[in-house]
Design a protein around this ligand. Structure first.
Ligand SMILES: Cc1cc2nc3c(=O)[nH]c(=O)nc-3n(C[C@H](O)[C@H](O)[C@H](O)COP(=O)(O)O)c2cc1C
Length: 181
């Protein structure tokens, strides 16, 4: 039980912006508790010293978390291992049967969460957002040819699969776990 939490960071990698919005939603929910919450893109985070808790997230592209996030974990791994850490992924595999569990199993490289000591209950995979009209031709090619799920969702327009209640619910679970009031 943590009753002296003072400072919390929500940080994220994003390619098309939707994971940034997920992170912001989590930060907004946590801000309702008595805790200092910062939210920042992962590339801007230099020093974790002031934070007791770090929540970080990345979309999955081509079966991997974004390089910025893996770089962050490599750089700050030792520090993170001493803090309360929560990890989330956004992806479309979550839309499939048992997709969230599969995403956590497949998309976290080298079981890095185990090295960092992140317990399974501190990890979530959320359904993301795909805008087929704005992704590049290269990205469309990658997605249609390399997606490792059973079936891609409809390939036109913008499809937002994010479940804000579920995402907000996770923020409340984090607050409960940290004994925030
Ligand atoms: C080029 C590309 C590759 C993707 N690869 C995967 C993938 O391998 N598995 C998956 O479940 N989702 C995949 N997705 C879906 C993204 O994870 C999802 O759209 C996410 O919400 C994007 O987040 P962002 O807007 O922060 O970049 C891919 C999306 C793109 C554009």
């Amino acid at each position: 039980m943590v009753s002296s939490t003072k400072s919390l960071l929500v940080t994220y990698a994003t390619s098309h912006g939707s994971t940034a919005e997920v992170a912001q939603h989590i930060a907004d929910k946590l801000s309702k508790y008595r805790v200092d919450v910062d939210s920042a893109p992962i590339m801007q985070v230099r020093n974790l010293a002031k934070y007791d808790v770090v929540v970080f997230g990345s979309p999955v592209h081509n079966g991997l978390m974004l390089p910025a996030l893996t770089h962050f974990l490599t750089t700050h791994g030792t520090t993170l291992a001493r803090k309360h850490v929560f990890l989330f992924l956004t992806c479309i595999l979550v839309l499939e049967q048992d997709g969230a569990a599969s995403a956590i199993e497949r998309y976290i490289p080298n079981r890095i969460h185990e090295h960092l000591g992140i317990p399974p209950e501190n990890i979530r995979a959320f359904a993301g957002k795909l805008n087929w009209d704005t992704i590049t031709i290269d990205e469309r090619w990658q997605l249609t040819n390399r997606y490792d799920g059973k079936k891609l969702p409809d390939q036109n327009g913008s499809s937002d699969y994010r479940d804000w209640d579920q995402i907000g619910g996770w923020a409340n679970t984090i607050a409960e776990q940290l004994n925030l009031r």
